[in-house]
Design a protein. Structure first.
Length: 300
């Protein structure tokens, strides 16, 4: 995850390079280090170095790293001719390289040669079953073809090996949500919360899934995770505040007669509604009437 400081540094360098202030190589190095997607910028500024023999020679061994970086960016931008030229240079320099072979497979994928790309990826995985990039490319390729069930299968196989990959768990959860497979999505978010308990986004997504599943137990748990989202975000998460109101209203309907639970739920609901109204008055006063109307339907 990119920190605020790193994001600021990246934007500063990006503006500097875009305005002709130099520092293209430093910018490209930072993009690579942070693993952020800036394909159009990488392609533009990377080619400006590769097409200048003096600048290119000054890179030393890093020249080949730049060829690889530009090749991937070119494929992402559908500049297949540029990608092909970069890969040819690398093939000549590193004949038989598995790393270059991965680029060749990615080029097949980028040009829509799905069958050939799948064969190439499978061959590379046989030689190195722990290549994370190739595992992820197979998932991406399945999604691009609309084979969601295959993407789920490969993501699950990938997570059997790389259980600590938070991005993969999140992607799998989002796929399950898109397919209305909420119980499976809930399991993914539970894994994420265990691994990164201070990330409010995961608490919020888990609460959303539980609220959607419904039922008294799920609603009560959802309310707890909406509350933890508010704690982790400094009380500034509007979605979580409204989630508490929704959960409390639903619980009140399902738990009638349980005085203690009714009282606690009502107090938290009223507090969340008060914070919401105050927030809307400050940030979106023109929408306050809509909020008030929505809260009235929940009998707050």
């Amino acid at each position: 995850m990119v920190t605020q400081t790193e994001e600021t540094q990246l934007k500063r360098l990006e503006n500097q390079v875009d305005n002709g202030g130099g520092g293209a190589w430093e910018y490209l190095t930072l993009v690579r280090k942070l693993k952020v997607r800036r394909s159009d910028k990488v392609l533009k500024h990377g080619l400006s170095i590769l097409n200048n023999s003096s600048k290119r020679s000054n890179l030393g061994p890093d020249e080949w790293t730049l060829y690889e970086q530009v090749a991937v960016a070119a494929m992402d931008c559908q500049c297949v001719d540029v990608a092909k030229d970069c890969i040819k240079v690398l093939q000549k320099k590193f004949p038989g390289s598995k790393r270059v072979g991965r680029l060749e497979a990615m080029f097949l994928e980028a040009t829509g040669s799905w069958t050939e790309a799948q064969k190439a990826y499978s061959s590379l995985l046989e030689e190195n079953p722990l290549d994370q990039v190739i595992h992820k490319r197979r998932v991406a390729m399945a999604k691009a073809q609309g084979n969601i069930s295959v993407a789920i299968e490969w993501l699950n196989k990938y997570l059997e090996i790389f259980m600590a990959d938070h991005d993969a768990w999140r992607e799998l959860a989002e796929i399950y949500v898109s397919l209305l497979m909420y119980k499976q999505a809930a399991f993914c978010y539970e894994e994420l919360i265990i691994a990164q308990p201070t990330v409010s986004l995961y608490h919020l997504a888990y609460a959303d899934v539980l609220y959607t599943l419904g039922g008294l137990e799920n609603l009560q748990t959802a309310k707890k995770y909406y509350s933890s989202t508010i704690d982790l975000s400094g009380g500034k998460n509007t979605r979580a505040l409204f989630g508490i109101c929704l959960c409390s209203a639903a619980i009140a309907q399902l738990a009638k007669g349980r005085n203690k639970e009714d009282k606690e739920s009502g107090e938290l609901q009223s507090l969340a509604a008060t914070v919401l109204e105050k927030d809307f008055k400050q940030r979106a006063p023109e929408k306050l009437t809509l909020l008030t109307s929505a809260l009235k339907t929940l009998k707050i």
